[in-house]
Design a protein. Structure first.
Length: 144
């Protein structure tokens, strides 16, 4: 069993994919998605994952997108943050801010696996794109 300090730091996204019970695999943000997860020593987690080639808005205004631009921007990323608890094989993210409003106030449970200097977080029973899946997110230690 690893200690909390094993999680502390910033991790770079390697891959995020989901699998259905019958083995269908899909990549919600594409096979070349990018992102970070950061666990701080004072107990916070910050997550951002994005599609690699996101469409730009016609205007350089984060609040000036058309409905179509806003929809594409929303569906090409996931962000959330809050406090976390590490319970041996599981990390619990207590979500206080999220791009998906339904996650605010929720506890997101992730199974934790370390393989060398890599980290895999997974969640069973997740629903993405209308399908119940097991979500797998692979990370490596980030370097500046």
């Amino acid at each position: 069993m690893h200690e909390t300090k094993s999680l502390i730091g910033t991790w770079s996204l390697v891959a995020w994919y989901n699998e259905t019970p019958d083995g269908e695999r899909f990549y919600p943000l594409g096979e070349d998605a990018t992102g970070y997860i950061s666990y701080t020593a004072d107990g916070f987690v910050f997550v951002q994952m994005t599609a690699n080639h996101r469409a730009h808005y016609a205007k350089n205004d984060p609040f000036g997108g058309t409905p179509d631009e806003d929809s594409a921007a929303m569906k090409s990323q996931i962000t959330y943050s809050g406090e976390f608890e590490y319970r041996g094989d599981v990390v619990v993210h207590h979500v206080t801010h999220a791009s998906c409003p339904n996650w605010v106030g929720s506890d997101q449970f992730r199974y934790v696996e370390f393989v060398g200097d890599s980290l895999r977080l997974s969640a069973t029973g997740a629903v993405f794109q209308g399908k119940e899946v097991t979500a797998y997110v692979d990370w490596k230690r980030a370097s500046a």
